[in-house]
Design a protein around this ligand. Structure first.
Ligand SMILES: [Zn+2]
Length: 301
């Protein structure tokens, strides 16, 4: 009886042990942590067909400018084999997680991108962090991700390379499609008013003149004064602006107010700082860029 009990205990212990190992390897599958959804989406393209799982700290529809790390995030960052960050001040929230977790394996995927400058309210200039709105910049990010992942998981390096080239070709095709879509907008209708200064790289690449922002700041945190609202309303009327564009992850109240008072339409669902939910078609960077291009072209035709 005692003997049987011991055998049972042993068997039980080994079942528990197996369960423990299974649970650990399931949890251990998230090996790459990114700060933003755009970096995660690019990293998922690069890791396709490999066991490497990618997790983004900021989720879809969440504003990265307002993000604060949770204790769970610090744990994820500490446990990761590699952390991929966007940089350029957008994900400064990661710094605290790196310090508290002691994590050192970090790559900044926007390295080497030629940054555009943005003017702040105080008249200073700042680097614009919204680089993913230009497919040429996304190609640079993909290259950086391929390199960082290859150094961390050398056994998968060839697959990362192959996936990186495939996605670079997709970005080129997307770029050509967007040129066609935006090219069909009459030149006089192209004036853009957006919610915050998120679309500079897109506007620069495709020749859309920017005439004003609802939140005159590189972040979504700026305050808009009554004077600024009045000025923007004047601009909208004077320039014959066709539409005001707001974003999925930003509260569109002021944008709606300006649109209503100037009697122009509002498009409140562009992807500025976020991507779509899985299955929406806009959970990829290429899908998001095409979606934005189509929404802009529809509104300005
Ligand atoms: Zn932003």
């Amino acid at each position: 009886m005692r003997h049987n009990g011991f055998a049972f205990a042993l068997a039980f212990a080994s079942v528990l042990g197996a369960l423990f190992v299974a649970a650990c390897s399931a949890a251990g599958r998230v090996e790459v942590v990114t700060t933003t959804v755009q970096v995660a989406a690019l990293a998922r393209e690069v890791t396709k067909g490999t066991p490497v799982q990618v997790l983004s700290l900021v989720g879809p529809g969440v504003d990265p400018h307002e993000y604060e790390v949770s204790p769970g995030d610090v744990q994820q960052v500490g446990a990761a084999k590699l952390v991929l960050r966007s940089g350029i001040g957008l994900d400064a929230f990661l710094d605290r997680a790196l310090t508290s977790s002691g994590q050192k394996r970090v790559a900044t995927v926007t390295e080497g991108i030629k940054l555009r400058q943005i003017r702040t309210e105080q008249g200073k200039t700042e680097d614009d962090p919204h680089v993913w709105h230009d497919p040429a910049n996304d190609r640079v990010m993909v290259e950086n991700i391929v390199k960082a992942l290859g150094a961390t998981f050398p056994e998968q390096a060839a697959t990362f390379q192959k996936n990186g080239s495939t996605y670079a070709a997709k970005l080129d095709a997307t770029d050509a499609q967007i040129r066609q879509i935006i090219g069909a907008i009459p030149a006089a209708n192209r004036k853009m008013v957006t919610d915050h200064d998120a679309f500079g790289y897109f506007l620069d690449r495709y020749g859309l003149p920017f005439v004003g922002a609802v939140i005159p700041n590189v972040s979504t945190q700026g305050d808009t004064s009554a004077k600024q609202i009045a000025e923007l309303q004047d601009t909208v009327k004077r320039e014959g602006v066709k539409a005001i564009f707001s974003e999925e992850s930003v509260d569109p109240r002021i944008a709606r107010e300006i649109a209503k008072d100037t009697n122009v339409q509002i498009v409140a669902d562009l992807y500025g700082d976020s991507l779509g939910k899985p299955g929406s078609g806009q959970e990829t960077v290429d899908g998001m860029l095409l979606y934005n291009a189509r929404r802009i072209a529809e509104a300005l035709k």
